[in-house]
Write a protein that binds this ligand. Structure first.
Ligand code: F6P
Length: 353
């Protein structure tokens, strides 16, 4: 019997989502003769009547799609089904409406592409319906538990690295300290990886407790050694421990640049990279990850598995129970390989000069 599966993308977009959707629909069609329905704008599509969803015709899913950033299905990082923000400012449980929307689609299974928050919400949303759910991890932050890689991270690191490559010559030309703030809501994965790859002198992440005084000392010692410019990478979440230190509304990158200017006397400029890290065509690594995880997610449905997330682990694709994923965040290991590498290269992490 032909089965029909649904797919939606949820949470902040990232590179590689289109490649993931394509891999799922192609595997479903070629591997099993199944139909795939794409649901628009994450769970928001389930609130429209008729439901905002479309069959994904494999003929439309050529390789060009895998090269494109964004998600052609649309996504949302607002609209928690259990506490949906209404126009009058109240929060409403709209999960029952979404269940009704799901019934309208007559699905045999659903694949959700999301970060830890989205996977948690989708899992809880589907539990009372009995609909089989499989998650695929995506987020530039790379902080989903139980997977070494999430779709979108590789591209974000490549963009942040390229930004450092561009900041270095302008910083050197003007003898400036260049501060680059990169994304990562709770984790410093992008910052540490791009910092090493892009030749940063200083990298500040939330997982390593850093002190402004040590950053200042490092800049001073670079100048004494004859270096007239420096590259500093700071993760957006690295500022959480420095709230209230006169920061006001300034981002951590802007605040840091201001303080370093005051304390070192150097000319300092800040670049806040922001959403540029999300919207690019995916790197080859993200396309490969998207393909491998998308295929595995459909194979899990075919094998009758449920409530699992596909994962990249130790150079293999595996799957893990979602209950081991949700409600936790995979932050940078302060004793892990990247931190040790950074220290070995002489990169200052702000915990010593
Ligand atoms: O979780 C992905 C992410 O890009 C974070 O790195 C960042 O803090 C956040 O989303 C930004 O969200 P928004 O797109 O709502 O500004």
């Amino acid at each position: 019997m032909t089965k029909t599966i649904g797919i939606l993308t949820s949470g902040g977009d990232c590179a590689g989502l289109n490649a993931t959707i394509r891999a799922v629909a192609l595997r479903a069609h070629h591997g099993y003769g199944w139909k795939t329905i794409g649901i628009s704008h994450g769970t928001l599509g389930l609130l429209s009547r008729p439901v905002a969803a479309e069959p994904l015709d494999p003929a439309r899913l050529d390789a060009a799609l895998a090269r494109q950033g964004g998600t052609f299905l649309g996504t949302t990082n607002r609209g928690d089904p259990f506490a949906f923000p209404m126009s009058d400012g109240t929060l409403k449980d709209r999960s029952a409406e979404m269940h009704e929307g799901l019934r309208e689609l007559h699905l045999d299974g659903l694949i959700g592409v999301g970060g830890d928050g989205s996977l948690d919400i989708l899992r809880r949303l589907l539990q009372p319906t009995g609909l089989v759910f499989i998650g695929i991890p995506k987020t530039i932050d790379n902080d989903v538990h139980q997977t070494e890689r999430a779709v979108g991270y590789s591209t974000a690191v490549a963009i942040a690295t390229e930004a450092l490559d561009r900041l270095q010559p302008t910083g050197a030309s003007h003898e400036r300290v260049m501060v680059l703030e990169v994304m990562g809501r709770d984790a410093g994965h992008i910052a540490i990886a791009a910092g090493i790859a892009g030749g940063a002198d200083i990298v500040l992440i939330p997982e390593v407790s850093w002190h402004l005084g040590d950053v200042v000392k490092r800049i001073d010692s670079l100048r004494h050694a004859g270096r007239s410019s420096a590259l500093v990478v700071v993760a957006e979440a690295a500022g959480d421990s420095h709230q209230g230190a006169g920061r006001g509304d300034a981002s951590i990158g802007e605040w840091l640049a201001h303080r370093l200017m005051e304390m070192t006397g150097a000319e300092v400029r800040a670049t806040v990279l922001g959403h540029v890290q999300r919207g690019a065509p995916p790197t080859a690594e993200d396309r490969l990850l998207a393909a491998a995880l998308g295929v595995r997610a459909v194979d899990l449905l075919a094998a009758g598995k449920a409530d699992r997330m596909v994962s990249w682990w130790n150079r293999s694709v595996i799957d893990v129970p979602l209950e081991r994923v949700v409600g936790r965040s995979r932050t940078v290991d302060p004793d892990g390989a990247l931190i040790r590498t950074a220290r070995a290269l002489g990169i200052c992490l702000g915990d010593q000069p």
